[in-house]
Design a protein around this ligand. Structure first.
Ligand SMILES: Cc1cc2nc3c(=O)[nH]c(=O)nc-3n(C[C@H](O)[C@H](O)[C@H](O)COP(=O)(O)OP(=O)(O)OC[C@H]3O[C@@H](n4cnc5c(N)ncnc54)[C@H](O)[C@@H]3O)c2cc1C
Length: 403
């Protein structure tokens, strides 16, 4: 009899794992997928496009019942796993139904962080993580006029952009002095902010939220040392927390996420984890590329091939509100670094590449990120820049034109 592989979670990491495993070793495992959401997998990254009205929910689906049937995979939607019984090797869902496993995959992603503010539970305070959230945001945006987005990271800005496109007045409240501070330096962030301001989005930076106000429904966001911003819709986008509760309650080693080794095994060899719920060498990731790299390694492993995951070097290639942004590696130069800066205010281009011992250790591009992949490869390979210096500094197109 085939061994039973049970996958908990049906998001982007699980989907990539199933694709890869099917390509390498079709039918090797008897696979069951248990997903909490009421539908099959979709491209979560494109939720922003659905919110902004650029795509329909149907257009971002990546699998359906037929997809699973063709691969001989049993799939249960609306099935939230509540508990793992490691002694009996079964998972138990919220209805008490048990599913036995020989190998268990945890791919439960992350949950949005909810700031424990007064008023945080008021109707009209929403998050932005899945299609149900987008449905709620769209329903609210039909009657709301003013929205406040708490959080000026990628997710907050995408929510702000989407709501603005839906015609709302939008203010982004951000604790830090500049937006996307983990990916952008202060100048690059200013470029991005100006682009967003041109779209009509307002910002309150270095602003701490004291409370969410309202009686039966949210009516505003009160800032510490500042005014109350009127709002009939509030989006909390202050970050995510790896969804590790199942593992923690089952007694697995958990830090910020479910701790895994280089084979993606947890502290119980019968259980593996990947994607945003996993913590590898002290690192959790909030982007899809590491989840996909982990999926490729885990698929090989489950196909019986040796494979080890060394960790991911992360590059972020995004389009925020129509502005291309790329960021990888360090965002500030250290003493002795070679800091290559190219700014073209007329074309709203910002480009900064930081070299250390002639190798790229960081890059930020705003406005035109077409060189992002190339710079990222150079950085990842640790290749000396040498004669490519001009192209690295100015961009390949400009360097070619100047030659
Ligand atoms: C709006 C938005 C925009 C984004 N944009 C980008 C981007 O531009 N670039 C980028 O790299 N990344 C982006 N991300 C992040 C990217 O979507 C995630 O990194 C990726 O989805 C992680 O995959 P995952 O499978 O680990 O988690 P998820 O895709 O979140 O999947 C986890 C799944 O597990 C389910 N689940 C949780 N607990 C249980 C349980 N107990 N039982 C059963 N099922 C459970 C969840 O319901 C969910 O469906 C974005 C995310 C959002 C929300």
């Amino acid at each position: 009899m085939r061994e039973r592989l049970v996958v908990v979670g049906n998001g982007m990491a699980a989907h990539r794992l199933l694709e890869r495993l099917h390509a390498r070793a079709p039918g090797r495992w008897a696979i069951t997928v248990l997903g909490a959401e009421p539908r099959a997998n979709y491209n979560r990254i494109l939720l922003s496009a659905v919110l902004a009205g650029e795509k329909s929910a149907d257009a971002i689906m990546e699998s359906d019942a037929a997809w699973f049937a063709e691969r001989g995979i049993a799939f249960h939607a609306s099935c939230r796993v509540a508990r793992i019984d490691r002694d009996r090797r079964v998972v138990i869902d919220a209805d008490g139904i048990e599913t036995p496993y020989d190998r268990l995959v945890l791919a439960t992603g992350s949950d949005p962080i909810l700031l424990p503010l007064p008023g945080a539970n008021l109707p009209g305070v929403l998050t932005f993580r899945d299609l149900a959230d987008v449905d709620r945001l769209l329903a609210a945006s039909r009657t709301a006029r003013r929205a406040v987005v708490i959080g000026g990271g990628l997710l907050g800005l995408e929510a702000a952009f989407g709501l603005r496109r839906r015609g709302l007045e939008v203010t982004v409240v951000h604790l830090m002095g500049h937006l996307m501070e983990r990916q952008l330096d202060a100048d690059a962030s200013t470029y991005l902010r100006h682009a967003l301001e041109r779209l009509g989005i307002a910002f309150a930076l270095s602003a701490n939220t004291a409370a969410i106000e309202g009686d039966a429904h949210v009516s505003g966001v009160r800032l510490r040392d500042g005014p109350t911003l009127p709002a009939d819709l509030v989006v909390m986008a202050v970050g995510v927390r790896p969804n590790a509760a199942l593992a923690r309650e089952a007694g697995l080693a958990v830090g910020r996420g479910v701790i895994v080794d280089d084979t993606l095994a947890t502290s119980d060899p019968a259980i593996v984890a990947l994607g945003e719920c996993a913590e590898h060498r002290g690192q959790t990731y909030g982007l899809v590329a590491p989840a996909w790299e982990q999926a490729a390694i885990l698929a090989r492993h489950l196909a019986g091939e040796p494979a080890r995951y060394p960790g991911s070097i992360v590059g972020t290639n995004l389009k925020v509100a129509g502005v291309s942004v790329f960021s990888a590696g360090v965002i500030e130069a250290a003493a002795g670094d070679d800091d290559l800066l190219y700014v073209d205010p007329a074309d709203a281009l910002y480009r900064r590449v930081i070299l250390r011992d002639d190798k790229i250790v960081g890059a930020i591009l705003v406005g035109d990120s077409s060189d992002g992949g190339w710079l990222f490869d150079l950085m990842r390979e640790g290749r000396p820049v040498g004669a490519l210096r001009e192209a690295v500094a100015l961009g390949r197109d400009l360097a070619r034109a100047a030659a």
